[in-house]
Write a protein of this length. Structure first.
Length: 134
């Protein structure tokens, strides 16, 4: 009987601790401040999957918190997507009418973003540097 009481008390203590831990974590996440704002228009310099260099323009528009809409412009071509900033890492997805993929950039202290992108269904990765327009 004494063992059962000790087990019940230990379970209650553990359950109480778990509830307290999850509620404090939840409130910390839900009230966390957004990361720095990287909204703006950037000059794009990149290398595609075949090693060919290209240039263009990208606009990042903050939609809420750490979430952004992405719009790439390469001549008459436009690619759209969305992404999330987590610390100094921006990850997202992009798509055109017939292609899509993923991207990952590091935000440097200068405001420049450097990173790579992939295209679904193709091997390899491209690289890009995004320089804020003045």
């Amino acid at each position: 009987m004494k063992t059962r009481l000790v087990l019940v008390l230990a379970f209650l203590a553990l359950a109480t601790w778990a509830c307290d831990s999850s509620s404090s974590t939840s409130s910390a996440v839900s009230t966390s401040a957004p990361s720095k704002d990287i909204s703006g228009t950037y000059d794009v310099a990149g290398t595609d999957l075949e090693g060919v260099t290209y240039t263009g323009e990208m606009t990042l528009t903050r939609t809420s918190g750490n979430d952004y809409d992405i719009e790439y412009r390469f001549g008459d071509s436009t690619e759209k997507g969305s992404g999330t900033l987590d610390g100094d890492t921006f990850t997202g997805t992009w798509s055109t009418g017939d292609a899509s993929g993923k991207l990952t950039f590091t935000v440097l202290s200068s405001g420049v973003l450097t990173g790579t992108w992939t295209q679904d269904g193709k091997s390899g990765q491209g690289a890009e540097t995004l320089t804020p327009q003045k």
